[in-house]
Design a protein around this ligand. Structure first.
Ligand code: GLN
Length: 529
């Protein structure tokens, strides 16, 4: 008989956006550190099929998996905390399941039956969960949104049923709630959390543990109130005020009553080995002698989540190089030379659409002409190519994305992509290999002559303009194995000016920084000395 699959379900109450994803990932990290094989999945109840067409200003970054799934940014947290590579299976959206269900209905697969949310959608959800769990000891499932949301009901019912199916001993329900602090009366209010627990119980789920998020440390009576009214033992109520770094959460869990529960549940009595997390926290808290100012030339200025993997990758590189980092947000729509002069390194991240693109081209050109360390990511490569072509004399060079009529389309739409602009799931997505030119800055940075990175783009460098691009100061030092697609460029006369058509930020880990980001920080540090 095979081993029994265990499940941990993480739900939320009161409000979303208080760190349910980080909590789920941290629970996984603790179990991993105790020796378990952990898998993890996000279920999002909204009706989109994937996160590809969601507005990043509203939803934060679209995280891409190796197999090209366009997912919620929580998968980025999962990959960074658990150091695993996830797939489409870990991103389950109601829209995807419903469209499959409707296709099955059209194909006559229901034998004349009425197709319903319960049991048909709830069964699809359970199958998606069981499928994603395969191969692990413990599978963690985070349900997006808050319990009680209309669209989430089928998901809550599905996990309740799954809990019944696998048996109570094989599943753990963790509810994350928020307790606000009322500044006028200077008190914490546990009522919304109690109501949220009532809501969950109303759907037939009594949680095994409650994680109480607060902005500030709350007094002990809040935990006892939640324990009493929520019907959860006091040891299983974990108070979780804001912390200096999210990487401290695994340690907080390991020191709490929740750890005892995780030990009983998993049967793993080993103390978790948290050395990796301790090292990251120490690196983060060390007061560095040198601070590197990295200019992030951005379009979405009011939501850090939009660039979260890029920000995490920059920080990881700084920790590895034992320097401090100050990320300077440069508004691409208003950027001036003074902005570029004020930083030690320039990073142009990915992006879509014409807004702010001239500022990004100017940033790349400034870095190219002034030997400022530069890392271009996806659009950051395309603007570097445009900047080089303009420098070489093609003053009207552009991408057909921003000027569809341009004759100097140094960046153009890929074959087979015409007419698909703004449709879902049609970008070039996921892992693709590249061959790097031996002895190039890129090959030296990767310490390899091949690289596999994740992609998410529609436009490509037009190699008909290769001579102009070279004349402008760039070399193509990485292509697809057949040589048709430009994957990497660099400026041979600069110390560190590199750009990739891919998204290396998705493969960076807090304890294993990505070489391209390390290269940027390293050169900026050398230049500063
Ligand atoms: N908009 C560009 C393209 O579609 C770049 C995409 C990106 O930066 N992810 O090719």
């Amino acid at each position: 008989m095979g081993k029994t699959q265990k499940y941990i379900f993480v739900t939320g109450g009161v409000l979303s956006g208080v760190g349910k994803g980080i909590t789920a990932a941290s629970i996984g990290a603790v179990l991993q550190a105790k020796g378990a094989t952990v898998s993890i999945q996000k279920c999002d109840p909204y009706l989109n099929v994937d996160a590809g067409l969601l507005n990043p200003a509203e939803h934060g970054e679209c995280f891409v998996t190796k197999d090209g799934a366009e997912t919620d940014l929580d998968l980025g947290h999962y990959e960074r905390f658990l150091d695993i590579e996830l797939t489409q299976k870990s991103a389950t959206l109601a829209g995807r399941l419903l469209s499959e269900l409707i296709m099955d209905e059209r194909a006559g697969k229901f034998g004349g039956k009425t197709v319903q949310l319960v049991p048909h959608l709830t069964q699809s959800i359970q199958r998606a969960i069981e499928d994603a769990a395969e191969g692990s000891d413990i599978h963690i499932v985070e349900i997006g949104g808050t319990v009680g949301d209309y669209e989430g009901l089928s998901f809550i019912e599905a996990i309740r049923e799954l809990g019944q199916k696998v048996g109570r001993a094989n599943c753990l329900f963790v509810h994350v709630v928020y307790v606000p602090f009322i500044s006028t009366s200077k008190e914490f209010k546990s009522k919304p959390a109690q109501n949220a627990l009532n809501d969950l119980r109303g759907f037939g789920i009594v949680p095994d543990s409650v994680i109480v998020r607060t902005d500030l440390p709350a007094p002990a009576n809040i935990a006892s109130k939640i324990s009493l009214f929520g019907g959860v033992p006091l040891e299983a109520v974990l108070m979780q005020p804001n912390v200096d770094t999210v990487f401290r959460i695994p340690e907080t869990i390991a020191k709490s009553g929740l750890h005892t529960l995780l030990t009983q549940f998993s049967g793993l009595s080993a103390e978790p080995n948290l050395a990796k997390w301790k090292k990251i926290i120490a690196a983060q808290n060390k007061l560095p002698e040198t601070i590197i100012r990295v200019g992030l030339v951005a379009k979405y200025m009011d939501n850090e989540d939009t660039y979260i993997s890029v920000l995490e990758a920059i920080k990881a590189a700084a920790w590895q190089q034992k320097v401090g980092v100050d990320i300077v947000w440069i508004n691409a729509e208003a950027a001036t030379k003074a902005d570029f002069e004020s930083v030690d390194a320039i990073l142009v991240p990915g992006g879509f659409g014409a807004r702010g693109v001239e500022g990004k081209i100017a940033a790349a050109r400034y870095a190219l002409e002034n030997n400022v360390p530069y890392l271009g990511i996806c659009l950051g490569l395309q603007v570097a190519v445009i900047a080089a072509a303009r420098k070489a004399g093609l003053t009207d060079a552009n991408s057909s994305e921003f000027d569809p009529k341009t004759m100097r389309n140094v960046v153009y739409i890929m074959e087979g992509q015409q007419g698909k602009e703004s449709t879902g799931g049609t970008l070039r997505l996921g892992d693709y290999p590249a061959i790097l030119t031996p002895k190039s800055v890129l090959a030296k940075t990767y310490k390899a002559t091949t690289a596999i990175e994740r992609h998410r783009h529609r436009y490509e460098v037009n190699q008909a303009f290769k001579e102009d691009i070279i004349k402008g100061g760039l070399a193509i030092t990485g292509t697809s194995p057949d040589g048709k697609l430009v994957e990497f460029v660099e400026a041979p006369l600069n110390n560190y000016f590199v750009a990739t058509q891919a998204h290396p930020e998705f493969k960076s880990r807090p304890s294993r920084a990505h070489p391209l980001f390390v290269g940027l920080i390293k050169q900026a540090f050398i230049d500063k000395k």
